[in-house]
Design a protein around this ligand. Structure first.
Ligand SMILES: Nc1ncnc2c1ncn2[C@@H]1O[C@H](COP(=O)(O)OP(=O)(O)OP(=O)(O)O)[C@@H](O)[C@H]1O
Ligand SMILES: [Mg+2]
Length: 422
């Protein structure tokens, strides 16, 4: 068995193909096994040669790179596509992502960028494959990791990502109060991680000193690949939860890498029953790493047309990523708002049932926000608190029961792995 990464180069310009092939010939761990001049030819050659990675140009006659990637994703899901495009074609990024590309290189790129992208997607693909292999045997049913995705092991806590493809829909509000509800009412050991590394709000909602320790203090360990003193950067809060804050200033966000946050989450789940992550509202590779690590993604939406549109796109991406339906839960916030759109309209539009709803209660929510006390503590009787408690019960209670047998089968045959884009 060889460890070389087998690459197929696809570009309609012969000089580009030669140039890329030459560049890669200097790398001892990479072998160019073939080339193709169009999307259609790429499909034929890929089927014959089964490369690990396809370097795919976007603009090609016949069948373009995006259409070819879409086909490849469906027919050869283990082949990782690295898309190449010229600058100014940013719109292609999203389409490539939806088609299933794992990485996006903007031309002109350096040979370092090229080789490190190839190595990264290949390593991720292998990691994913071995995770799948570990999850597959699950002989007699009760296998949490196989049931919900993520990386959960019996006895370890559940990682719950609170995400939304649009900002301002209540992620931080729900993440914080959910964490507090699970800790105070359900007696769980809970840590909340502010995964909004640039503009985190968790500290504000919990009235924490912005100078407190944060994930940025872990940077040297994250860089070294070992997170040993994780616990000393987690703050104990009087509301009964533990907190890992976002860096104190936006430019420090880049200290947190995708592999770093994965290690942090894996470390935290060992000593906590529940790890709640408040994510940002856009895709970047750290957010994707969090979503990938999560057992459950609480995907929040509101009764607004933009929120619904983005949700539809997100659900497509989630499917591309191989997240089974039990992993992604739809949470409709402010569900009783009378804004001209009903819950059934939302469900029809996105083709999926909403899993949980939370009522709108500006008085409790904003009052609590401004005082820095979670409303679940200050106004527990309110309907909004009860809705949060119901949500907390579902996430702590049913890690195993949520996924159907079909989901498990889907998990064994993942469509996609994590991808990143530039
Ligand atoms: N159920 C609710 N009822 C009333 N107001 C709410 C509710 N949920 C959230 N809000 C309010 O909506 C606003 C946005 O909430 P929040 O900051 O939690 O959203 P977010 O998705 O984290 O936003 P951002 O994109 O800024 O991170 C806040 O003013 C919050 O108080
Ligand atoms: Mg927020």
């Amino acid at each position: 068995m060889t460890d070389q990464i087998r690459v197929l180069v696809v570009d309609d310009i012969p000089e580009t193909r030669d140039h890329l092939t030459k560049l890669l010939s200097f790398e001892s761990d990479i072998e160019v096994v073939g080339s193709a001049a169009s999307g259609r030819e790429a499909l034929d050659v890929a089927t014959k040669l089964l490369p690990d990675v396809v370097l795919m140009d976007i603009n090609m006659p016949d069948m373009d790179g995006i259409a070819a990637t879409e086909r490849l994703s469906a027919t050869l899901p283990s082949v990782a596509v690295v898309m190449m495009s010229v600058q100014g074609e940013a719109d292609y990024l999203r389409r490539s992502m939806l088609a299933g590309a794992r990485e996006f290189l903007v031309k002109p790129f350096s040979s370092d960028e090229l080789t490190s992208s190839i190595r990264q997607v290949h390593a991720r693909e292998r990691e994913k494959a071995s995770r799948m292999a570990a999850a597959m045997p699950a002989p007699s049913g009760a296998a949490p990791a196989a049931a919900t995705g993520g990386h959960a092991v019996e006895g370890e806590g559940t990682v719950v990502a609170v995400f939304s493809p649009k900002g301002g829909v209540g992620r931080t509000t729900v993440a914080v109060n959910l964490a507090v509800a699970a800790a105070t009412d359900l007696g769980k050991r809970v840590v909340i991680v502010d995964g909004s590394f640039q503009f985190g709000d968790v500290g504000v909602l919990l009235n924490l000193n912005p100078k407190s320790k944060s994930i940025a203090d872990l940077a040297p360990e994250l860089e070294a690949g070992e997170v040993e003193s994780l616990d000393s950067f987690v703050i104990n809060h009087s509301a009964g939860v533990r907190v890992l804050l976002a860096p104190p200033s936006p430019e420090m966000a880049e200290l947190v890498t995708p592999s770093g946050i994965k290690k942090v989450l894996e470390g935290l789940r060992v000593n906590h029953d529940l790890v709640v992550v408040d994510c940002t509202a856009y895709f970047n590779d750290t957010t994707l790493a969090i979503l990938d690590s999560a057992d459950i993604i609480l995907t929040m939406l509101s009764l607004e047309i933009t929120s619904i549109k983005n949700m539809r796109l997100f659900l497509e991406v989630a499917e591309q990523l191989g997240y089974e339906s039990g992993k992604v839960r739809l949470i409709l916030n402010r569900a009783d708002s009378t804004l001209g759109i009903r819950v059934t309209d939302v469900e029809n539009s996105i083709g999926r049932k909403v899993d949980e709803t939370i009522v709108s209660d500006g008085r409790s929510v904003v009052y609590a926000l401004n005082r820095g006390v979670p409303f679940f503590l200050s106004n527990k009787e309110a309907q909004v608190s009860q809705d949060i408690l119901r949500l907390a019960r579902t996430v702590v209670g049913d890690r195993v029961s949520t996924a159907s047998a079909d989901d498990k089968a889907a998990k064994a045959q993942p469509k996609k792995s994590l991808f990143s884009f530039r």
